[in-house]
Design a binder for this molecule. Structure first.
Ligand code: 5GP
Length: 192
């Protein structure tokens, strides 16, 4: 097991409905030292790729992306979740369905902060069905920028997102891939 898998086994809680609760270190209380290790590991995995910006999505992605960015020396842009419509055309927008909240959000990024030719590393906390990632990829495409890679903390490998994103040809590096989890026993199985 790697450092993140060990931490998930120690402090993660498996909830009904295929939810892994990791709010003691990733989603509510934030273990910045752990984030630093994650950033270091992504920097190693993406060392041969050109990256000039990190894109994430609020809220949980922001802390992880900011700490990771110290290992890449690049700025972080986060997509905002908004109910309002893009009336003035100053924003790139995409619709994202939330796995945890079961609602739809418009996600927006100002045109000022994503430019043609940008080489983007996407960072996020979880990958489940891949809706959040597809929204971010759509925004990057709208900007004429390109996706250099995708770094995910926890991928739930028993949901479809990982396969969809890999089939699209993206370099997806998840630090922990959960292949099975059981709310009654609390058991978690990782992909080796
Ligand atoms: P997706 O768009 O891939 O279906 O879901 C990704 C988003 O849903 C993540 O950004 C994360 O916020 C949330 N999410 C999905 N599954 C889980 C989970 O098991 N636990 C937690 N804490 N968040 C999740």
């Amino acid at each position: 097991m790697n450092f993140l898998e060990e931490r998930i086994v120690k402090d993660g809680i498996v909830k009904e409905g295929n939810i892994l609760k990791v709010d003691s270190f990733l989603n509510h209380q934030l273990d910045v030292e752990l984030f630093d290790q994650m950033g270091k590991e992504w920097a190693r995995r993406f060392k041969d790729v050109e990256i000039n910006k990190i894109l994430t999505i609020e809220a949980s992605g922001i802390g992880i992306a900011c700490v990771a960015a110290r290992h890449f020396n690049v700025p972080v842009v986060f997509a905002k979740k908004s109910q309002s419509v893009n009336l003035d055309g100053e924003m790139y927008t995409a619709e994202v369905e939330s796995f945890t909240h079961k609602n739809k959000n418009q996600v927006i990024v100002s045109r000022k902060f994503l430019n043609e030719g940008d080489k983007i590393l996407i960072i996020d906390d979880f990958l489940a069905n891949g809706c959040a990632l597809q929204g971010l990829i759509s925004i990057i495409n709208q900007a004429g920028a390109s996706v250099s890679g995708i770094g995910i903390a926890v991928e739930k490998g028993f949901q479809t997102g990982g396969q969809i994103i890999r089939n699209m040809g993206y370099k997806l590096e998840s630090l922990a891939i959960v292949d099975a989890m059981d709310a009654s026993t609390g058991n978690i199985t990782f992909r080796s």
